[in-house]
Design a protein around this ligand. Sequence first.
Ligand code: DNO
Length: 392
Amino acid sequence: MQQTWRWFGPDDPVTLEKIVQAGASGVVTSLHHIPTGAAWPLAEVQKRKAQIEARGLTWSVVESIPLHNDLKTRTGNWRELLDNYKESVRNVGAAGVHVVCYNFMPVVDWTRTNLDYALPNASRALRFEMTDFAAYDVYVLAREGAEHDYDPELLERARARLDAMSDDEKALLEKNIIAGLPGGEGSYDRDGIRAAIAEFIALGNEGMRANLFAFLEEVIPVAEEAGVRMCIHPDDPPFSLFGLPRVVSTADDARALMAAVPSVHNGLTLCAGSFGARADNDLIGMVREFGPQIHFVHLRNIRREADGSFYESEHLDGDNDMVGLIGALLDEEARRTGEGRTDRIPMRPDHGHALGDEIGQAGVNPGYSYGGRMKGLAELRGVIHALEHLRR
Ligand code: DNO
C-alpha cells in the first residue's frame, strides 16, 4: 500500500515538510482555491504537482473534484458544470495524476455534531450524536415533518438535551452541522440549508440515483481516455440526514453504481470509517467483492452506539477489524501483482485525534491534526509491515 497524507494546500498548517517527516510518500489534495463548479486549468494542476514533487512527494490522489449541487440535481446550468467537470478530469489526467475521489452526498459533505469530544485519555475526537442531530433538525431548523423521522423516545431525549444547552452551545452545534468541515462542500445559513434540503428531498432516492448514473455515463468514458481512475467516496455518515436521499451507503449501493457503468475507472474509495459506521456493512467482504475497483482507502475506526451515534476511535481500536481489513487489501494488491499490475492502493490515515498542544489550538483542522494522524499512520504502518513480513 502506498502511504499518503491529506494536505489542504499551501495554507495548511501541516506543511509538505511535516508530511515528509511523518513518513508518507504520497499526497492527497485538491485545488481548494478553485470555486466548486469551475474547470481546473491544466497549468494550475501542473503548478500544484510541481510544488508537491519539489518536496520529493507524489500527488497520488485528487480528493476531491467536488460536484456542484446543481450537477447533482441536474438543474440550473448543470450542462456547463458537467463540461467543466470533464475538463478538470482531462487536465488532471494530462498532468499525470491518475486517481480522483469525489462524492455524491446531497447538501452537506461529511457531518459531525461534536468536534471536541473528550476521550478518557483527554485527547479529542470527532463524534456524531443522534440526539444532538435530532435536536437540531427538529427543534432548531424546524424542518417540516422532521419529527416523523425519529422515534418518540429519541425526540424526548433531544428536546431535553436542547433545553439544557446554553445559547453558545446551541450556536456551536449549528455551526458544526451546517457551516462545513474541512475539505467539505457547502457552508449554509439556516434559510439556505432549508432550501437546499427541500430541493434534494423532492428528488428522492430514485431521482438521486438516476442522476448519479447519468453523471457516471458521461464522466467515466472521459476518465478512461484520460487515464484517471474515479473513486466515489461513501456517504458520511452512511444513512439519511435531514430526510435527504442517500445513494452511496452500502455494498448494494456500490454494486449498483458499478453495474450502471461497468469499467475499472468507475471505482470506489473504501472509507472504513464511513462504511463502518453501519454495523451491516462488511468491510472485508467489500474488499473481496470490489477489490479491482478500490482505488483509494481511508483507514479510520469508529465505535458505534445503538441509536446510530458513533465517535472516531483509535485507528486500531474500534468496531472495524483494521488488521483484517489491511490483510484483505494486501491480498488484493497481491492479486493485482499477479495480473501484472504495478499500482499500489493509496491509503491515508483518515482523521486523527487532537493530542497535546494541538487540543483547542486555533488553525488545527478538525480531524486533521498533525500528531493524531501521525500516530494513526505509525500504527497502521506497523500493521502493514507486520502482515507483509508474515507473508514472505
Ligand atoms: C472527510 C473526508 C470527506 C471527503 C469527501 C470526498 O474527512 O473524507 O470530506 O474528502 O467527501 O469527496
